[in-house]
Design a protein around this ligand. Structure first.
Ligand code: SAH
Ligand code: SF4
Ligand code: F3S
Length: 477
């Protein structure tokens, strides 16, 4: 009945689950050049990492291809967040292995979170995998490839306390040339009891502020108009210059990136309710080009469950953050992640998640049912005792409530005029553009001569569904 990941499509955000398994490519390589093919799963961090991997491989003379049949190297950048995510990757490995049987020289590599979680087990379980590389070991890829070419298995799953790939300029794969991710930190020091990320991505570390600002400036100069600053918990960004003279927190980083150019939009993901400060909110309010949109995953609306999840905030704290966001930025949109059927959750506690959707008035949410992950605190200490049918029923109730809320908040936009960054042709027609407003809502509207993707225009909303808005171009409001 359900997919593992239930996403409200239409009002898509940067971590767009429809991109799961997307083949990333850019210009075709020269003939004679070695080719790599890469598929990415999971969160935006993984997609961003694939661009770092592409850059490292380009340095080794590998060019990208979108056709796996022509590849010398097939890579799959994997996700472990839920069981289903791992199942998908195993199925893909079977497909790649069929190809390898026909073409024994082909190398197959597993990257990312599953590589880190399963380590050498992956080489044992999946006999035809040649290399296994964890998220902090991509610089070692060239060595591992040499090893694999010699017929040995290559594995490096060392996690690092320092690696941020700050000096590697990502090769923008499959890019529209308008929006891009910038990774600002890696790892996570929170220990949410359901979550595998601290084990697959290691300790939290922040990237050099100056390299982030330089990357944003370079993207702007190359025509990009929107950057999304990425981290598992961006609000705990903290960087100090080696001489200790300069200290930069997330609010200050946002300000520095916003100052690159007023026409460069800034987004960020993910914010943690315990760490998002008023300083961040006031900085957002001060800069028109910092988008009025916050992804603030609640996970559960109930304080007892939040405590079991080790989220370190309770319902009241979360509600206060929501109130502050709307007080400081009345036009801000907020989205969330929610987990249905966490260990020991009662019906009444589940209802607290439903009521939180109504309180927070989320514009959209990513909604999941709980999937126990080996090695996590919850797997060790709590009983995964909610039957699957109940998890699914609760998830459906959450989804239904969110769909109604998305429609309700979107209908309030009808008649309003928004500044929209044109991203390209709409899905439905090449007579229409698509673009997002500051609140991250996708708007489709008829084209006007002289306007191109990458430019801003003003759009009056004429109708809304739970997933997207429609409108028409108007003169500046
Ligand atoms: N760092 C982000 C979350 C990254 S994982 C944050 O703290 O919000 C993305 C989402 O996957 C989480 O917000 C959570 O809702 C979901 N998730 C993580 N582990 C899960 C699990 N074991 N079962 C179901 N959903 C899970
Ligand atoms: Fe996982 Fe929690 Fe870290 Fe997010 S903040 S990555 S949910 S441990
Ligand atoms: Fe998945 Fe790893 Fe991201 S587990 S969600 S790819 S950090």
């Amino acid at each position: 009945m359900y997919d593992d990941n239930v996403t409200l499509s239409g009002v898509k955000k940067e971590i767009d689950e429809s991109r799961q398994g997307q083949v990333l490519y850019f210009d075709q390589p020269d003939s004679g050049q070695k080719r790599f093919y890469i598929e990415s799963y999971g969160c935006a961090m993984n997609f961003s990492d694939s661009e770092i991997v592409a850059s490292i491989l380009a340095g080794e003379g590998y060019g990208p291809t979108r056709d796996m049949e022509t590849a010398d190297l097939i890579l799959v950048n994997t996700c472990s967040i839920r069981e289903k995510a791992e199942d998908t990757v195993r199925n893909r490995l079977n497909v790649f292995n069929q190809l390898k049987k026909k073409k024994p020289d082909l190398l197959i590599g597993v990257l990312g979170c599953m590589a880190e979680r399963l380590k050498a087990k992956l080489l044992e379980q999946e006999k035809l995998v040649d290399i296994v590389v964890g998220p902090d070991a991509y610089r070692d890829l060239p060595n591992l490839l040499v090893k694999a070419d010699d017929g040995q298995k290559g594995i490096n799953v060392l996690l690092s306390r320092e690696e941020t790939y700050a000096d590697i300029s990502p090769l923008r794969l499959d890019s529209n040339g308008i929006v891009a991710f910038i990774s600002i930190m890696r790892g996570c020091d929170n220990m949410c009891s359901f979550c595998v990320v601290p084990f697959t991505r290691g300790r939290e570390r922040s990237r050099d502020t100056f390299s982030i600002v330089a990357e944003a400036r370079d993207l702007y100069d190359r025509g990009f108009r929107e950057v999304t600053l990425l981290g598992q918990n961006v609000d705990s960004y903290k960087w100090a210059s080696p001489d200790g003279e300069i200290h930069v927190n997330f609010a200050q980083l946002l300000e520095r990136v916003a100052q690159v150019h007023p026409d460069l939009r800034i987004r960020f993901s993910t914010s943690h309710p315990k760490d998002i400060t008023d300083e961040v909110l006031y900085t957002m309010a001060r800069y028109e080009n910092i988008c009025k949109y916050i992804h603030l995953p609640v996970q559960s609306g109930n304080s007892r469950i939040l405590d079991l999840m080790n989220r370190t905030y309770d319902r009241d704290w979360y509600m206060e953050r929501i109130t502050s966001i709307y007080r400081i930025m009345p036009d801000c949109a907020i989205s969330s992640d929610m987990i249905a059927g966490f260990c020991t959750e009662t019906e009444a506690e589940h209802q607290d998640t439903i009521s939180m959707i109504k309180y927070a008035r989320y514009s959209m949410s990513y909604m999941f049912f709980y999937s126990e992950r080996p090695g996590t605190l919850a797997a060790k200490k709590l009983l995964d005792d909610i039957p699957l049918e109940i998890k699914k029923r609760r998830l459906q109730e959450i989804v239904d409530t969110q769909v109604n809320m998305s429609l309700e908040v979107n209908l309030l936009d009808v008649g309003k005029v928004f500044k929209v960054l044109i991203e390209g042709d709409s899905k439905r027609s090449d007579m229409e553009f698509k673009g997002r407003n500051s609140q991250n809502k996708m708007i489709n509207f008829p084209k006007k001569e002289g306007l191109r993707a990458g430019e801003y225009t003003w759009v009056k909303v004429t109708s809304a569904t739970s997933g997207s808005l429609r409108g028409m171009i108007v003169d500046e409001s």
